[in-house]
Design a protein around this ligand. Structure first.
Ligand code: UD1
Length: 429
């Protein structure tokens, strides 16, 4: 794994169909939350199917500052030892680097009765408030105080509460879920998020000894347990559906044929349906005990209209990939963003490559062109960066992508995995 130095670039050349087999690792958006949850109880946890990405390193550093030590004995494996000496103060310089740092709030508060946290960072695609995290925790008995840089929270033992979200926020669901584990009595979270990564967190908590029901639905019920009811466990991280979609998109734009293994197609049904509508051929495959999808794109994709929605809808994180696919598809497609209105920054990078895209408000209209043209582009965030790589595969000539430290935050050896299936891509610098 690279340390993601700013001067590095990826150089990609559209070089025809990719072909072969790719293994997809575990999900960033799950493993970071599982890691934060180890704050709840003492002892050594083992996480497997862990992606080798920079955000895992940063979360490991944050946890070390709080009292949980991380080791990586083997690729894909983490050992996290909660020393029992937990300091509920999260240093600014680590919190500001990743959005998932907000996930230490629930575990620290419920375990320690106090927490001091700077406001979380992460990808820059518009305002990302945490009002739902705060109002939910307040309903459970926490008190908050805000300074210019810090949020401070305190409580005696939290108590159960009936919480209904206006919107199914992923992060707020996770923080309330982990906080409710030690709360006195029953907590219900209505209209909660139900992404596969939330289900993964619920299953992890249940394996630890928590009492969570309604898993996978939009109403979670958590019966609080005593502190000594939890134990450390060994746990396999859910596969990364966004990385999986990236390899599907790369296959689509290069007219390739790929076995994408280690994935759970059931976690991405709606996306796969839409990819099918575009003309991507998919069938289940199993190779040496690993299952996944065989995908093939014998012809140019057809344009479709897509709107992002909370799960089970099409995830906002897929959107840069979809817009890239539509940039070279046959026809006109409209993409509507319903989660992060400002999340269209990468469109101007695609335009540099010759894509014909117009945006108004939270809509993008994409008129497919037969081929893009290589140019210098920026990766503005993790998913936009991956989309630049896919665009480079669809472009004539050389595409030079800077800002690759963003891609390293969430992608485990994207360059190595794509080169292994015949893509002309290298890391430079
Ligand atoms: C997570 C993912 C991110 C993904 C997003 C939506 C991680 C580390 N990140 O982010 O990749 O794009 O889910 O699938 O897992 N909101 C509020 N108030 C709140 C909380 C959220 O207004 O208290 C708004 C946000 O500003 C945003 C929307 O709700 O517009 C979605 O946010 P949320 O579901 O919480 O996403 P994250 O957990 O931040």
């Amino acid at each position: 794994m690279s340390t993601g130095v700013d001067t590095e670039t990826f150089v990609v050349r559209g070089s025809g169909p990719i072909k072969g087999t790719v293994h997809v690792p575990g999900a960033k958006n799950s493993v970071l939350k599982l890691m934060a949850t180890t704050l709840l109880t003492d002892g050594t946890f083992e996480l497997t199917n862990v992606p080798d990405i920079v955000d895992v390193t940063i979360m490991g550093e944050l946890l070390a500052a709080l009292g949980v030590n991380m080791q990586r004995p083997a690729p894909g494996q983490l050992l996290l030892t909660n020393t029992g000496q937990i300091t509920p103060v999260a240093p600014y310089e680590l919190v500001e680097k990743i959005r998932a740092s907000i996930n230490v709030l629930g575990p620290l508060l419920t375990r320690c009765g106090e927490v001091r946290l700077s406001m979380p960072g992460g990808d820059d695609f518009g305002a990302r408030p945490i009002d739902m995290h705060i109002s939910g925790l307040k309903a459970m008995g926490a008190e908050f105080r805000f300074t210019d840089e810090y949020l401070e929270a305190r409580c005696e033992r939290l108590h159960g509460a009936d919480i209904t979200f206006d919107f199914p926020s992923v992060g707020a669901t996770e923080n309330l879920l982990t906080a409710a584990v030690f709360a006195e009595g029953r907590t219900t979270i209505d209209n909660c998020a139900r992404e596969p990564e939330i289900t993964d967190l619920c299953n992890f908590l249940v394996a630890m000894g928590a009492d969570v029901s309604g898993i996978g639905t939009s109403r979670l019920t958590i019966e609080g347990v005593e502190r000594d009811a939890l134990r450390p466990v060994s746990y396999y991280t859910v596969p990364d559906r966004i990385q999986a979609a990236t390899y599907l998109a790369a296959t689509a734009v290069s007219n390739g044929e790929l076995n994408v293994l280690g994935i759970r197609p059931d976690d991405m049904t709606m996306l796969l349906d839409r990819f099918g509508d575009m003309g991507l051929q998919m069938s289940p495959v199993e190779i040496d005990g690993a299952s996944g999808l065989h995908v093939a794109a014998p012809e140019r994709m057809r344009s479709i209209d897509v709107a992002t929605l909370p799960y089970p809808g099409i995830a906002t994180d897929y959107k840069p990939l979809i817009i890239t696919m539509l940039s070279v598809a046959d026809g006109v497609g409209i993409v509507t963003e319903n989660l992060y209105p400002g999340r269209f920054r990468y469109v101007e990078e695609l335009q540099r490559l010759g894509a014909d895209i117009g945006t108004t408000g939270h809509h993008a209209v994409i008129r497919g062109v037969p081929r893009l043209c290589g140019a210098e582009v920026q990766a503005h965030d993790i998913r936009a960066g991956a989309a630049m790589v896919v665009a480079g595969l669809a472009a004539e000539g050389e595409t030079i992508i800077s800002g690759v430290h963003h891609i390293d935050r969430g992608y485990d050896d994207l360059v190595g995995r794509l080169s292994a299936v015949g893509a002309d891509i290298r890391r430079v610098g």
